[in-house]
Design a protein around this ligand. Sequence first.
Ligand SMILES: [Mn+2]
Length: 446
Amino acid sequence: MRTPNINIDECKKRRARLADKVDDAAIIVSAHTEYVRNHDVHHPYRQDSNLFYLTGFEEPESVFIFRPGKSPETVLFVREKNVTRETWEGFRYGPQLAQQIFQVDEVYTVDQIDAKAVELLLEVSCVYYSQYRDSWFDSHFKNLMLNVKAKSGRSGKGLMPIYDSYPLIGELRLKKSSYDLELMRKACDITVQAHLEMMKQCRPGMSERELHGLFIYEVMRRGCAREGYGSIVAGGKNACTLHYIFNDEVLKEGDLVLVDAGGEYKYYSADITRTWPVSGKFSSAQKRVYQKVLDLQKSLIDVMKPGLVIKDHQQMAIEGLVDIMLDEKLLSGSKEQLIENNDFRKYYPHGLGHFLGMDVHDAGAYEVGGTSRPYEEGMGVTVEPGLYIPHGDESAPAELRGMGIRIEDDIVVTVDGVENLTVAAPKEINELEDLVGSASGFVNSL
Ligand SMILES: [Mn+2]
């Protein structure tokens, strides 16, 4: 028997909030597909965030059907108990235990879904399901809709309307409850500790991979199941590759290293980026540019509060970064023109941040009715301005070429301001210079 990774009462509260948003509908959420890595070995499995959010159930090949106000209201389809399979792959709840532990009205084995789901859908007038996410259930879903239509006889109604469940559930996930925030704080605290360890252990000659391995070790030993996303550990010019994934080069004296890494704790992810000198000492050019990006990042956090429109916040970041680019002679000319022509994109090609929660790039709409929405209490967002000067950029001052700096914190919008969940991760120059390479007893050979 395994202990659920969630408080089931919280799932019930989430379902109650979801029920308020629909009328005479069924919401269908299926498990994430299992992917084969090679032969009979699968990629590590992680449940679909929406299914976990609503049920806490972590097994593949499961489907949840939620019919607010109907009876049964909650129906879960799960894999059957199977002694042989469990010997190989581990524990399965099976229908009986799943019903008891996850507290849903009815549970069936997943091979009953085609017949049972038709009955459930005949009693509603529309369905919410996110197609093209889970190939396994998509094919069932198509037949299901046809069977429901066939069963409704000669009503002339046609196919029942299908709405995407993703934005519907995304809107709920966007506003974090106190339970959600507790887990986000934990993910962030653990990730801060792991960044501190990486800073302490960092030294020239170490590989990016070793630093990456240290991060995984430090978050997993503190209770994270995994990383929230593939960590970026980018020394020197590798920092200019925004989603650098190779992490296999050697960290060099004189270079900066950019680390963008977050642990996932009970399905909530942190997302911290810090940039520090490999040797523990910034060069004067690195120090100058880093300080400017840091001052901007802090000022961008300071202005955050409910009501600030996300697009306006992004605009502030662009303006601040263009000032730095002009100051550092990366660009010249009129600021307005450089912004209008998107010339700054050469050195700042990404956005200021993104929603953060169960997914590192979390669910939720950035625009409502075609316009950028304002920050609201309970939103989790990142603030991560960055400046990247390509290695081969002959128009840039030589001392800046190949320099990539990003500083990222995880923020929750409160009733009148923000809470910075990752404020404890050092980012001041003197703090970093004191910390980097300060670990004692380090053996520099394998
Ligand atoms: Mn991020």
